[in-house]
Design a protein around this ligand. Structure first.
Ligand SMILES: [Zn+2]
Length: 138
């Protein structure tokens, strides 16, 4: 199995296609308006299967964050910071955040291309440090 195998999953395909284009999308329920991530085949709020995709500006607030000091992967040397970011649309995402991030900070999503054709990687930067909130960094 490679990193790209799950892109073929029909539930997540639209999310990864948008990511490849530098866009962050959330699932939105047409029945009740609830937004959710990760993608699922039904709405967590009302169980409807009438879900659509909505592009977001990628803006959010740091809900929680931590600095990792132990090595986990050879290609990810510590220290680095990881945060749970609550998007303005509601869903919370776990991703890299600035080293000086604190709870309550405003951040903006950005996608970076994955190494060797792997999936794009989401991270968050301090608001104001990017010209376009969901830009792809090449
Ligand atoms: Zn719903």
């Amino acid at each position: 199995m490679t990193d790209n195998d799950d892109i073929l999953d029909p539930t997540t395909a639209a999310f990864w296609k948008a990511a490849a284009d530098g866009k962050l999308v959330v699932q939105r329920c047409a029945a009740c308006g609830h937004s959710q991530l990760y993608p699922r085949p039904f709405c967590l709020a009302c169980d409807s299967t009438d879900l659509t995709w909505a592009e977001t500006p990628g803006l959010g607030t740091v809900y929680s964050c931590v600095t990792v000091h132990l090595p986990v992967r050879a290609d990810l040397p510590p220290p680095y910071s990881v945060g749970l970011v609550e998007l303005d649309e509601g869903p919370r995402l776990l991703a890299a955040v600035p080293d000086d991030a604190a709870i309550g900070d405003r951040v903006a999503a950005r996608w970076q291309p994955g190494d060797g054709g792997a999936r794009p990687v989401l991270s968050f930067a301090a608001v104001g440090s990017l010209a376009n909130a969901a830009e792809v960094v090449s």
